[in-house]
Design a protein around this ligand. Structure first.
Ligand SMILES: C[S@@+](CC[C@H](N)C(=O)[O-])C[C@H]1O[C@@H](n2cnc3c(N)ncnc32)[C@H](O)[C@@H]1O
Length: 193
């Protein structure tokens, strides 16, 4: 009951502060701890709907910010959006045509859950691998990548793949993550290119 109460409090705080979802606090926390984003960075946000990370990103950089999602994202001033699948090469090409190479890719994408834990975890890792390919395709050398993942059987493989592409990689469970969740963020800095 205690955790339900605190979940509701976080949700209400997000609404009160004008964020579209509680996910906003996860990105704020990651930025405070790891200083991933700099003032002039151009940024691509994968799996960006409904848009609370985009709202936070708009306050963190004066650069261009592009949000991509399967679902439409309601307008946010100063934010560009693309409706499509991050695994689709056409979408990746469009994103590159719009912004060129960028300094930051963030990814909070998650597939729809089926309820079968190991199947869902495998799909989430597969999506993470696709997001890594996307990031490697659009990042400048020295760029940073933040991605949500889920701990489980295939997680070490994804982590190792990211470690192969970036000089500094850490994992972090945010305080805003629900208790008991396997959700974990990978903070990858300094893309080898
Ligand atoms: C947890 S939500 C993201 C919340 C977002 N960070 C925010 O702050 O509003 C996960 C999103 O990933 C998106 N998604 C899942 N698979 C995707 C894919 N293949 N391509 C693009 N978006 C995807 C879903 O549509 C969903 O909107």
């Amino acid at each position: 009951m205690g955790s339900q109460w605190s979940r509701d409090k976080v949700y209400l705080r997000a609404k009160h502060e004008g964020f579209r979802s509680r996910a906003s606090y996860k990105l704020i926390e990651i930025q405070e701890k790891f200083a991933v984003i700099r003032r002039d960075d151009n940024i691509i946000d994968l799996g960006a709907a409904p848009g609370s990370w985009l709202q936070v990103l708009r306050t963190l950089t004066d650069g261009r910010v592009l949000g991509i999602d399967l679902n439409p994202i309601a307008d946010i001033e100063g934010i560009e959006t693309l409706e499509g699948d991050l695994t689709d090469p056409v979408v990746q090409k469009q994103a590159k045509e719009m912004l060129g190479t960028v300094c930051i890719v963030v990814c909070d994408a998650a597939p729809k859950l089926s309820g079968h834990k190991s199947y869902d975890q495998a799909r989430a890792i597969a999506l993470g691998e696709e997001a890594l390919l996307f990031a490697c395709n659009v990042l400048k050398p020295g760029g940073n990548f933040v991605i949500k993942s889920f701990q489980g059987a295939d997680f070490p493989e994804l982590l190792a793949a990211i470690q192969g592409q970036f000089y500094a990689v850490k994992t972090y469970s945010t305080k805003a993550t629900r208790k008991g969740s396997t959700e974990i963020y990978i903070i990858a800095k300094n893309f080898k290119g």
